[in-house]
Design a protein around this ligand. Structure first.
Ligand code: ZN
Length: 412
């Protein structure tokens, strides 16, 4: 086989031809391996492109040898010794030659970078680095650049609805906000923090026309997003989704009543033990309880405790408000529910009802715009996996890009 044929077989390096090709045994005690060293010589007399202005010229100013990594050949780490030229550009003076298969500042070929980025979608950065015999930082940088190119700027054309949610970045100390398109579940934006100011960059990116196009935004009624959305999106209705309301209800009503009821039982009594151990059963959706004995346990508990029975039944009935498809029907549903809550005389229920009535417009708006955030329902696990793969938040920008890549939307 001639060198030209060999070069073609390997995919070639445009503008270059093969010099020496060597197989080198590296007897590093930690990592003995074999490498292929390929010398690449610049073809003479061809036009070269200035990396600064794109001008074509045949004039070489000077050149030096650079070591560049390429895809492994037959599982051997492959290093290219490349004659990297500076052209004598008539416009710019001495400038680096632009090479289609090699990025200006990169020490790996474009095809190796593409392979690294593809693997980083499946494996932790550490594994990809060890597979190719590259540094962790180098692999992360390559993956980050590829994600940035693929995902930015985010395509926000035609977006009319938004869902906003927050998640804890570091054990509840730092938070991040996720903004998604609820119809496709595509994550549009992620930023650190959860205040009005923190989410403003998203609306700046959306621009005045984009903001005016937004018709509805789903969010948690406890969050700090409402005021900012009202200020930025003049035509948007704020929608409080069921997922968050029922989470709040679980925390502030069911769990609080459960603790109180446990406190009323004698120390070490079986009733106290039963109530104390039922947190999960009471908060979980009944249809998601799989074990027959857990259902029996729940039913026994509810039959024995009137207060718990009341708050449990009202939790289920809360759903009815979100099932309605007209604001009038939802309002009727709410009035009925509110009366029952007041009649119960349970303080936590009455407090919760007060909170809901202050957010009533956003609750009724759901009938017209049946959105739900519930993003975190499906996201939390994925975020945990990405945390492990990308080594947490040392680089928040990279971490957020990984999350966006994991939620590309279910169409389009
Ligand atoms: Zn130039």
């Amino acid at each position: 086989m001639t060198k030209e044929e060999l070069s073609d077989l390997l995919g070639g390096w445009q503008g270059y031809h093969l010099g020496t090709v060597e197989r080198i045994q590296i007897s590093d005690t930690k990592r003995p391996h074999t490498e292929v060293w390929i010398e690449l010589l610049r073809n003479q007399g061809e036009e070269m492109m200035c990396s600064n202005c794109g001008n074509l010229t045949c004039k070489i100013h000077d050149w030096d040898d650079r070591w560049i990594r390429d895809l492994p050949i037959f599982d051997m780490e492959t290093k290219l010794r490349v004659q990297r030229c500076r052209v004598k550009c008539p416009n710019c003076g001495p400038k680096l030659e632009a090479i289609p298969w090699l990025n200006r500042y990169s020490r790996v070929t474009e095809r190796l970078a593409a392979s690294i980025a593809r693997l980083c979608g499946l494996l932790p950065v550490e594994h990809v680095a060890s597979w190719f015999g590259l540094g962790w930082d180098q692999v992360k940088k390559i993956d980050k650049a590829a994600l940035d190119l693929r995902l930015n700027p985010a395509d926000l054309t035609g977006i009319e609805e938004l869902a906003m949610d927050e998640f804890a970045l570091h054990k509840g100390h730092r938070y991040a906000t996720v903004i998604a398109d609820p119809s496709t579940k595509r994550v549009l934006w992620i930023g650190e923090g959860r205040s009005r100011e923190d989410i403003r960059p998203f609306f700046e990116m959306l621009g005045p026309d984009g903001c005016a196009r937004i018709k509805a935004v789903a969010m948690d009624m406890n969050g700090g997003f409402e005021a900012e959305v009202r200020a930025q999106c003049p035509n948007a209705e704020v929608v409080f989704d069921f997922f968050h309301v029922v989470m709040t209800y679980g925390r502030e009503v069911i769990d609080s009543v459960r603790k109180e009821e446990a406190g009323k039982c004698g120390a070490n009594s079986p009733a106290r033990k039963l109530i104390k151990g039922s947190r999960w059963l009471l908060l979980k959706n009944r249809e998601n309880i799989n074990k027959e004995k857990d259902i029996v346990k729940l039913d026994e508990l509810l039959a024995a405790n009137e207060q718990l029975m009341t708050v449990y039944v009202l939790k289920d009935d809360l759903k009815e408000i979100w099932r309605q498809r007209s604001a009038e029907a939802a309002f009727d549903c709410w009035i009925g529910w509110m009366h029952r809550a007041f009649d119960s005389n349970i303080k936590q229920l009455i407090d919760f009802t007060g909170r809901m009535s202050r957010h009533l417009m956003g609750i009724l708006a759901h009938a017209k715009h049946p959105l739900h955030t519930g993003l975190l329902e499906g996201m939390n696990n994925t975020i945990k996996v990405i945390k492990r793969m990308a080594y947490g938040f040392r680089d928040a920008e990279y971490f957020f890009l990984k999350i966006r890549a994991a939620f590309p939307g279910n169409h389009g």
